[in-house]
Ligand binder design. Sequence first.
Ligand SMILES: CCCCC/C=C\C/C=C\C/C=C\C/C=C\C/C=C\CC/C=C/C(=O)SCCNC(=O)CCNC(=O)[C@H](O)C(C)(C)COP(=O)(O)OP(=O)(O)OC[C@H]1O[C@@H](n2cnc3c(N)ncnc32)[C@H](O)[C@@H]1OP(=O)(O)O
Ligand SMILES: Cc1cc2nc3c(=O)[nH]c(=O)nc-3n(C[C@H](O)[C@H](O)[C@H](O)COP(=O)(O)OP(=O)(O)OC[C@H]3O[C@@H](n4cnc5c(N)ncnc54)[C@H](O)[C@@H]3O)c2cc1C
Length: 699
Amino acid sequence: MSSAQGFLNDWVESRVGLGSNISNSRNTSVSYNIKGCWIPLTDNGGRRSLGSREEQGSVRCRRDEDRLGWFPPHFDVSDRMARLVASDPVFRKDNRAMLSRKELFKNTLRKAAHAWKRIIELRLSEEEASEMRFYVDEPAFTDLHWGMFVPAIKGQGTEEQQQKWLPLAYKMQIIGCYAQTELGHGSNVQGLETTATFDPESDEFSFIWWPGGLGKVSTHAVVYARLITEGQEHGVHGFIVQLRSLDDHMPLPGITVGDIGMKFGTGAYNTMDNGVLRFDNVRIPRNQMLMRVMRVTREGKCVQSNVPRQLIYGTMVYVRQTIVSDASSALSRAVCIATRYSAVRRQFGPQDGGVETQVIDYKTQQSRLFPLLASAYAFRFVGEWLKWLYLDVTQRLQANDFSTLPEAHACTAGLKSLTTSATADAIEECRKLCGGHGYLSSSGLPELFAVYVPACTYEGDNVVLLLQVARFLMKTVSQLGSGKKPVGTTAYMARAEDLLQSRCSVQKAEDWLKPSVILEAFEARAVRMCVACAQSLSKFQNPEEGFLELSADLVEAAIAHCQLIVVSKFIEKLQQDIPGKGVKQQLQILCYIYALNLLHKHLGDFLSTGCITPKQASLANDHLRSLYSKVRPNAIALVDAFNYTDHFLGSVLGRYDGNVYPKLYEEAWKDPLNDSVVPDGYQEYIRPMLKQQLRNARL
Ligand SMILES: CCCCC/C=C\C/C=C\C/C=C\C/C=C\C/C=C\CC/C=C/C(=O)SCCNC(=O)CCNC(=O)[C@H](O)C(C)(C)COP(=O)(O)OP(=O)(O)OC[C@H]1O[C@@H](n2cnc3c(N)ncnc32)[C@H](O)[C@@H]1OP(=O)(O)O
Ligand SMILES: Cc1cc2nc3c(=O)[nH]c(=O)nc-3n(C[C@H](O)[C@H](O)[C@H](O)COP(=O)(O)OP(=O)(O)OC[C@H]3O[C@@H](n4cnc5c(N)ncnc54)[C@H](O)[C@@H]3O)c2cc1C
């Protein structure tokens, strides 16, 4: 899809949407781009002015000149959209924590409407519009419209249904949400209680429903419900349901709809109108059931297509894939703030009155911060790979090849779980890395955490998703002897016999610098944990009972497998040409830090499975420590490479110019409490208290 063409036309005309630019077959090697990254390796080792209070604000890093020849195509789009948003007053960052829910929500509507206006005026491409959404940085109903409603129709609708609904959705003449979760059922989709009963008399369905969705905006929803025809159940399906009038936005008869109320944090995800929806005998035409997987005839007969019924879960696969890239963005943002501030902040140091030490120079700070920096890069690369995997599976599905769907499901579920859990923890760690000031709203970290943390729950609870990965792994292990060769991310299991016996070859710390050594350690750990689980499972008469009993161990095995995927994709990335002086070396160091830090954190797994010895573990740790010193000179450059504007970062601590302290002071005075010198309530509560004490003192 070309960015020169208009966004609107592209989307209306596009049938395949995001899948159009991928042509690799699954077995060819995947080519990566480090999209949107530039790493300015400066002569002074990347320290810039950050770190010296004396120099605050005095040095400006000229970004364009700093770049060393690394312009992946995506970078320009991203950079242009970042600047467009930052320079538009309508997109200014309100102090969201200070706004009432109504103000907050109305502001979001205003920004979303303005974004849409600009998208049309500037004829933005899909990629540009998506970048604009990213930099506007405010969860909104449009995320669900574009991110779930449209993909649900695309993935589960017939050609005819797509032709009818997509043009309306692309032009935003209808606005949709994804209404699947009920009050009582979220993870258990098959357990949904909403029913859609076909009435052959009138050619219509009726619903009862209680969803999470959009409470104030959507005119339509794809609603998931159990299909009942001729008194028989036929599983959960998606149905397009109009909720509100397109004239006056009032709910249609039989529909009760509203917002579910304030959520975690102030500001944060409260810009979103998550909603409650109740159907009371709402009727919709038969052809509003999404029928790519199963068709209901005029007579009420169900006709299964050749498409697997798991495709009904397809929208979740799509969104989980996008969530992995989003994890890298959220994490890189937090790390950018914490790294820059760690270079500014000084505590303790020489006793002779010299300048105090930048906290980034403390090994403890480095050992907490640099693995997070490495993870931000690792998640970016695995996110790019996952995008490829998703596009590949989409193309295959179109050609009626469903063979890679289980792996795509396992990878998207597992990596969504792994990256969101790690990112949520990392944002909180970044807050702590910024000491007391990290707790201030103006650090940007509390709100980032509050906005981000539901990612561990939505689109599938992270533990429930890991259990899906574990099921896939147990199936793979059980087929090992059957001649069915594991492929893709489980290909290493074909070498299970060797990996169960292998001994790590590390003898000195530098041996840990061999990618093959690291890979083999992670593969051996994952195989051994999976095989141990499979052996324990085989002792149960009832496999489902065994699965429940062993679920905590199965989750650990799934994590080991997903970590292996991330490590291996990082290593694959480094086998490619990476332009820019010194860039590859820096990424190599980050790759080792990512892997060796995981090894250190999960030492129990590696030791108890006998993959490495305590001596080798200790050598890995020695080496990890030495790698931190190599990152330190370029730490600022490595976070500048994310190319975040100050507007987007929304953090006084993460300012590009390092001018933290005067700005913190300035920010404090903006608080409404400082509007008056003597606070409201003084006369009523403080003064009488003081007077009382004065009287008591006189007595
Ligand atoms: C202003 C203008 C701007 C313009 C903007 C332009 C562009 C922006 C574009 C887009 C924005 C992009 C993204 C943003 C979008 C959204 C993100 C933001 C917010 C998210 C909001 C949140 C939404 C939600 O939460 S929706 C609800 C999600 N719900 C869940 O995830 C439920 C979790 N539960 C399940 O998935 C399943 O029930 C289960 C746990 C998998 C269990 O399934 P079940 O069938 O009961 O059991 P099993 O027996 O285990 O499985 C049967 C069988 O099926 C296989 N399986 C399961 N799932 C899948 C799957 N997904 N795909 C394929 N196969 C699957 C399973 O392995 C098993 O197979 P087997 O029989 O072979 O073993
Ligand atoms: C901000 C936000 C936005 C959302 N947006 C939407 C939306 O747009 N559309 C929509 O349809 N839904 C939406 N949801 C709902 C979301 O998808 C569900 O909340 C999510 O899938 C988790 O399901 P649940 O709430 O039923 O959790 P539960 O399944 O009730 O989980 C509760 C606990 O039980 C554990 N658990 C559950 N099952 C198992 C098991 N089999 N084995 C072991 N442990 C288990 C979980 O790990 C968790 O610890 C949203 C949720 C949030 C928070």
